[in-house]
Ligand binder design. Structure first.
Ligand code: MEV
Length: 311
């Protein structure tokens, strides 16, 4: 083949980020409305795989994550010296905790496999994306590598994921604070903090584990007000751990004041996105409007049952 294509989508974490790096469970939803597509084209005469992103496309070949991806891809495919250009079109805002790095890696490696006429099964796709994520984020739990290819809400625990049955009634409003935060820095900040205070790590991981386990039961039974309260409790723990920002805290308060059942920072933190919960479309719209009025640059509404509506 002369060209190959691949795609993936964003994700939002509902509960459990950061604690998941230390073995706690975490819950994520796919954001199928935020897509990444990649096209790989054979380019004889070059001696390597190149990557380009953006509009107009600019080179991203020096990214450590992509370099790791190429090395793992050569091992998986048994093909050394493949010459190709990979162009990535990413609709996920970067540095916002929405899984852009994992989704770009997933779309790119799927396109490269397609170029060779090979299909990546779920296990191989996860392993390849995770190899790239580990380099990009330092200590990656694997939740982004999995959730960016998932088709249903995902409970991630101890390195593996279980898709949950679709729930009805709840609507998540994801809001971009407009400030990017590097997941790598946030993960490193906690690593250093917990190294000095292992007891604080154990308490954090234990409390988040209890919240997430209870939230999974609420999710599958549609007990949205209980689920929302657990989200807000998880936000407080993340804030105490130093992962939130004043701007995100203010947006969380704005969502709660507008009637959200719960709200919290989502993803890597130190900026990025927050996620709020509403129990009907009218309330979701009120919350989204309140978030925009409080300074969010973009919002997306995601039914717990799947799909993404852009607001
Ligand atoms: C990033 O989306 C989630 C973190 O928990 C890091 C990870 O699990 O790899 C912050």
């Amino acid at each position: 083949r002369r060209t190959g294509s691949g795609r993936a989508h964003g994700k939002a974490i509902l509960l459990g980020e950061h604690a998941v790096v230390y073995g706690a469970p975490a819950l994520a939803i796919p954001l199928p409305g935020l897509t990444v597509t990649a096209t790989a084209t054979r380019r004889p005469g070059t001696d390597r795989i190149t990557f380009a992103m953006g509009d107009p496309p600019r080179t991203a070949s020096s990214s450590r994550g992509f370099r790791a991806l190429v090395a793992e891809f050569a091992r998986w495919s048994g093909v050394d010296g493949l010459c190709a250009d990979v162009v990535i079109d990413c609709a996920i805002p970067q540095g916002r905790g929405l899984g852009s790095s994992a989704a770009c890696a997933r779309a790119a490696v799927t396109a490269l496999a397609d170029l060779l006429g090979r299909r990546l099964d779920a296990r191989a796709a996860f392993a390849l994306v995770q190899a790239s994520e580990k380099v990009a984020h330092g200590r990656a739990s694997g939740i982004d590598a999995l959730a960016t290819g998932a088709t249903a809400p995902l409970l991630f625990r101890a390195g593996t994921g279980r898709e949950l049955p679709q729930a009805s009634g709840g609507l998540f409003v994801v809001a971009d604070s407009g400030v990017s935060g590097a997941t790598r820095d946030a993960v490193e900040l906690l690593r250093r903090r917990f190294e000095r205070a292992p007891h604080a790590r154990d308490t954090f991981v234990g409390q988040v584990t209890d919240l997430t386990d209870a939230a999974v039961r609420d999710f599958t039974r549609g007990r949205w007000s209980d689920f929302g309260a657990r989200m807000t409790a998880n936000h407080r723990l993340l804030r105490e751990a130093g992962i939130s920002t004043d701007r995100i805290d203010a947006l969380v308060e704005a969502a709660l004041a507008a009637g959200a059942l719960g709200a919290k920072i989502s993803g890597g933190g130190l900026g990025g996105c927050l996620i709020a919960l509403a129990d009907d479309p009218g309330r979701a719209e009120t919350v989204a409007n309140a978030l925009s009025a409080a300074g969010a640059v973009r919002t997306w509404t995601v039914p717990a049952g799947g799909g993404t509506r852009h607001a």
